[in-house]
Design a protein around this ligand. Structure first.
Ligand SMILES: [Zn+2]
Length: 152
């Protein structure tokens, strides 16, 4: 087992990989292993992703302690999103079919959002009426630093 707690960690930091070369969103918090970013998704203010920094495809490729630490970050992100955005529901999703980086979507949902109660990837049911507050990223950063310790 490697020092990062990853059982199999192949092809790390490929120069052509978007999530190796960019943060993948507005960086809110990070540690050595993962980062939380705010996704720019119209109609979904507060949509965050928790992204594993290395190429790991499946949650069970992480050892138990490392995986629990990753999920702790996901749950802290859910908590921060609830605190800052007060959504009607939070959706957590991990698909990862398009990138070799494990990542979790933390999606605040509102009864009046474009897709509710369907997944956000379904066909829209109504027009977007939701906009982000100007200081949303700063509020989420502050909440994450309180819950997880100061970002690296
Ligand atoms: Zn990558």
């Amino acid at each position: 087992m490697s020092v990062t707690g990853v059982v199999s960690d192949s092809q790390c930091h490929q120069p052509q990989c978007e999530l190796c070369t960019t943060s993948g969103g507005d960086l809110l918090w990070q540690n050595e292993q993962c980062r939380v970013v705010l996704v720019d998704e119209p109609g979904y203010p507060g949509f965050c992703r928790v992204i594993w920094k290395h190429h790991v495809r499946e949650m069970t490729d992480l050892d138990t302690e490392t995986r629990n630490g990753f999920m702790n970050t996901v749950f802290a992100t859910e908590s921060a999103v609830r605190q800052v955005c007060t959504p009607d529901k939070v959706n957590l999703a991990s698909l990862g079919n398009m990138t070799p980086h494990l990542h979790w979507h933390v999606i605040p949902r509102w009864l009046e959002d474009q897709h509710f109660p369907a997944p956000i990837w379904a066909a829209p049911r109504r027009d977007n009426t939701l906009a982000a507050a100007a200081n949303l990223a700063q509020q989420l950063r502050q909440a994450l630093n309180q819950k997880l310790g100061v970002s690296a």
